[in-house]
Design a protein around this ligand. Structure first.
Ligand code: ATP
Ligand code: MG
Length: 420
């Protein structure tokens, strides 16, 4: 019986790895420039961490979490909550009042799998904790933009403000009464969550809801003066940094903890899976998780699968890029040649080369073929005769030139010959 992977999870095969490494390397490089440090976090957390932070009435908590019910443990559906848990648990603010952190890894949500939507997917997550200045919001978005454009990803940035505990309750009330007036046109989900989570109706994808909210009150017209000022500076800073954006008053996030600035980097190339990265401010969350009072924070998460799909699509380079080739392949013909080659290959590897050989004593033709498949730069051919004479044949696989190589000269000499 063939056992297959479960629905909604994927293997990342060697031919695709180049995209993942490219994202990770580029992200690390850019985070380094912005003074953002790596933190590694567990995948399993107490269920409570997510119900408390993300919110009971959200899609994630209501229906997307992988929870071991007998253990009250959940496989993280996002990284922000775990990262803040670690921040609070280790008192990171004591060492450095503003923490700039990133983490990369898998997250789990029980959703209907489709292109760009999996049950195990991967995020690059960035959080800046302890600073509330609007310059930080703009800096973070500018960094996201820099990373995505460095990867040649064509995306647009949309921003919104969700207000704060001062102004949101009033807006919420206004919105609820508006939704109640338009109750009949809402989808079942939005009807149900009108009182609990009215903001979700604003970005509901159902056609009825889209029409219904068109004339809904705008959060941007209902911000308190502090939020209005904050958001105005965010926009001014984005302009200063040359980051293009559009305002989207319908954007809300599917997690309860956001306030003030929220943003998404969007693509039109992945159908319904438009969001490549999303984030925002969560100024009350650290305190809510038992951390120091009044600790602001902002962050975003990038979906790596969607980035990879876009890179493949936008670059039109779906063909295998394959692994980097071997530096050298030793074609050993005959038992004695193999005995010579085994420690020789090992020495080459100790010296830093990617060296390969075959132990099965196949024909020269077969071994040359194998060398080609490994995309080797050179092949050193060692048969019985070459061994006797102490001279192997070194073939440059690019231009097919052949030279003699003195086997006594050793691995060091070979390294200098082929890397010169
Ligand atoms: P969506 O609206 O597409 O469901 P979301 O708002 O649930 O996204 P976030 O919680 O903000 O997503 O996660 C950040 C990013 O992670 C998204 O912008 C997206 O790129 C990616 N992402 C979210 N869910 C999935 C998934 N099931 N499979 C792959 N990537 C995902
Ligand atoms: Mg979602």
């Amino acid at each position: 019986m063939k056992i297959k992977a479960i629905n909604g999870v994927k293997d990342t095969l060697p031919a695709e790895i180049i995209y993942w490494q490219n994202i990770e390397n580029t992200a690390r490089d850019i985070f380094h420039r912005f003074g953002i440090h790596e933190i590694r976090l567990p995948i399993l957390e107490k269920t409570q961490l997510f119900t408390r932070s993300i919110g009971e009435a959200t899609d994630i908590v209501e229906k997307e979490m992988y929870t071991f019910v007998d253990k009250k443990i959940t496989m993280r559906p996002e990284i922000t909550a775990s990262l803040l848990r670690a921040y609070v648990e280790h008192g990171l603010h004591v060492q450095q009042p503003v923490q700039r952190l990133f983490s990369i890894g898998p997250v789990f949500r029980h959703e209907r799998p489709q292109k760009g939507r999996q049950r195990q997917f991967h995020q690059v997550d960035v959080e800046i904790i302890g600073a509330q200045e609007p310059e930080i919001d703009a800096e973070l978005m500018a960094m996201g933009q820099m990373l995505l454009s460095q990867l040649n990803l064509d995306v647009s940035l949309e921003i919104n403000s969700l207000g704060c505990p001062e102004c949101r309750p009033d807006f919420r009330k206004k919105l609820i009464s508006y939704l109640q007036e338009n109750h009949d046109t809402l989808c079942e989900d939005c009807k149900r969550r009108t009182e609990q989570n009215p903001l979700r109706a604003l970005d509901c994808k159902q056609p009825g809801c889209k029409v219904a909210v068109k004339n809904a009150p705008s959060i941007l017209d209902n911000l308190c003066s502090a939020c209005e000022e904050h958001f105005a500076v965010v926009q001014k800073q984005l302009d200063l940094l040359g980051v293009a954006y559009t305002l989207n008053r319908f954007m809300v996030r599917g997690l309860d903890y956001y306030n003030r600035t929220t943003f998404e980097f969007l693509t039109t190339d992945l159908g319904a899976q438009a969001a490549v990265a999303a984030g925002g401010r969560y100024d009350g969350l650290v305190e809510q998780l038992g951390g120091p009072k009044n600790t602001p924070g902002i962050g975003f998460a990038m979906g790596m699968e969607r980035m990879v799909l876009l890179m493949q699509q936008q670059e039109g380079q779906q063909e295998k890029q394959g692994q980097g080739g071997a530096d050298i392949f030793i074609a050993a013909l005959g038992k004695q040649a193999i005995e010579f080659a085994v420690p020789f290959v090992h020495q080459l590897r100790q010296l830093g080369l990617q060296a390969a050989m075959d132990y099965s004593n196949r024909s020269l033709k077969a071994q040359m073929k194998q060398s080609g498949r490994l995309n080797a730069g050179f092949t050193l051919i060692v048969g019985e005769q070459e061994l006797e004479q102490g001279r192997g044949v070194l073939r440059n696989m690019k231009n097919q030139e052949q030279t003699e190589f003195s086997l006594q000269a050793g691995a060091d000499e070979l390294v200098s010959v082929i890397t010169s």
